[in-house]
Design a protein around this ligand. Structure first.
Ligand SMILES: [Fe+2]
Ligand SMILES: [Fe+2]
Length: 186
């Protein structure tokens, strides 16, 4: 269903990001004892986190929502916007670390699994907390700041991000739902 406002669109996207993070948590809980890793699954998860969570979702926040809040007088640095931007950067670093661990596994399984495990611990600590801050603190603040016209304008801009940056949006949503069926919820 089409969200009625752009803030709801971001809240809906968080649900899919959390499904993938939950699956990572399950995978991470047993990785130490596994003899092998499911490299294609990791590749698909990394693709989701880069395409859907970062290029599509974070882009809406970083390029559109946060600047619109700054234009309405919210400080660009410090809490909350500066902190959220730093967490996006940390998320990118952790996904790169996850990818590095998967690549390292072939040459050195123990070191690869260690790196994957550390990245997953970081990811599962970061995202639920980050999403909670946005859903419960920052988005309600944004909804108070913007009038109906500004929200409509933001929704148009968000829809343009999807057209431009993530043609595979619905396949990412399907993937997140499939992971929830396979691994369960957070
Ligand atoms: Fe965010
Ligand atoms: Fe977000």
């Amino acid at each position: 269903m089409k969200p009625v406002n752009p803030i709801q669109m971001l809240i809906d996207e968080h649900v899919y990001i959390l499904k993938v993070v939950a699956a990572l948590g399950v995978i991470g809980s047993t990785i130490e004892n596994e003899e092998t890793i499911d490299a294609p699954l990791f590749a698909r998860i990394i693709d989701f986190m880069r395409e859907f969570a970062d290029r599509c979702h974070h882009a809406k926040e970083e390029d559109l929502l946060f600047p619109a809040m700054v234009a309405m007088g919210v400080p660009e640095t410090g809490c909350p916007i500066g902190g959220l931007l730093a967490e996006h950067t940390r998320g990118r670093t952790l996904i790169a670390q996850l990818e590095q661990g998967v690549e390292q596994f072939a040459a050195d399984p123990q070191a690869g699994k260690r790196l994957i495990g550390q990245a997953i611990v970081g990811i599962t600590a970061l995202y639920p907390n980050h999403i909670w801050k946005e859903d419960d603190m920052v988005f309600p603040m944004a909804e108070k700041l913007f009038d109906a016209g500004q929200l409509d304008h933001l929704l148009d801009d968000f829809e343009a991000v999807e057209r431009n940056k993530s043609a595979a949006h619905s396949s990412h949503i399907q993937f997140a739902n499939d992971l929830e069926t396979r691994f369960g919820k957070l």
